[in-house]
Design a protein around this ligand. Structure first.
Ligand SMILES: [Fe+2]
Ligand SMILES: [Fe+2]
Length: 225
């Protein structure tokens, strides 16, 4: 049987090839991977044979979701299926494959699966950390530019929700969305939704930073310097 390390190298090659079309996605996957290892140091019962492949493959269907004109593809659900094929080809044990698929399926808020194993919880936490803090702000503005969003909106959040947020939290018109609204709607609640102690601690620090950032942004835009 091949050594696990060799299999991980092969997995990395596959992920690099699949995600290299968008460098930020690949960078994101590697940040998530490193945070997973960091959280696992404290969560001793986590199995690296599940966690490492899950971290590397968790966004493997990102491209398919982004390019799907129907908006029906969920990259967490499809990603679990694609991962199964990749892992079978690399001769991973069936039981491991099932556990890895579970993590991938549950890594996203909206997919309707919740993380119920320690490996799934760690992956969820590591992935969510990447949408907050300075990294979260930078990533979001990169995407906001692509979507034609404005930099800031001062619409009261209750009014905005009535106008542009559908049931199930879907944004109706993305061009009316802004990063500060996303922060109010979702991002600032992230620390409460995380599972592991290490991730929660980092998340709280990142939210403080974002609070500060949006205060400064608001003041600068209002001419209060
Ligand atoms: Fe994802
Ligand atoms: Fe991700």
């Amino acid at each position: 049987m091949e050594k696990m390390e060799e299999k991980y190298e092969k997995l990395k090659e596959i992920v690099y090839k699949e995600l290299s079309y968008a460098a930020h996605d690949l960078d994101h996957v590697m940040r998530v991977y490193h945070y997973c290892l960091y959280f696992a140091e404290e969560e001793k019962e986590a199995d690296p044979k599940v966690l490492i492949p899950a971290a590397l493959l968790h966004d493997i269907a990102r491209k398919q979701e982004d390019e799907d004109p129907t908006g029906k593809i969920d990259h967490a659900v499809l990603g679990a299926e694609l991962a199964e094929k990749i892992l079978r080809d690399l001769h991973f044990e069936p039981l491991l494959i099932e556990k890895i698929k579970k993590c991938i399926r549950a890594h996203r808020f909206r997919s309707g699966y919740s993380p119920d194993t320690i490996e799934a919880k760690i992956l969820f936490d590591a992935d969510k950390l990447d949408v907050i803090g300075a990294v979260g702000i930078a990533r979001s503005y990169m995407l906001a530019g692509q979507h034609g969003e404005r930099m800031y909106s001062d619409i009261p959040i209750a009014e905005y929700m009535k106008e542009n947020v559908g049931e199930n939290g879907r944004i109706k018109d993305v061009t009316k969305h802004t990063m500060n609204l996303e922060y109010e709607l979702k991002l600032k609640m992230i620390p409460q939704r995380l599972f592991t102690e290490r991730a929660k601690k980092i998340a709280e620090k990142r939210i403080d930073y974002m609070e500060n950032f949006f205060d400064t942004l608001r003041n600068e835009i209002a001419g209060k310097n």
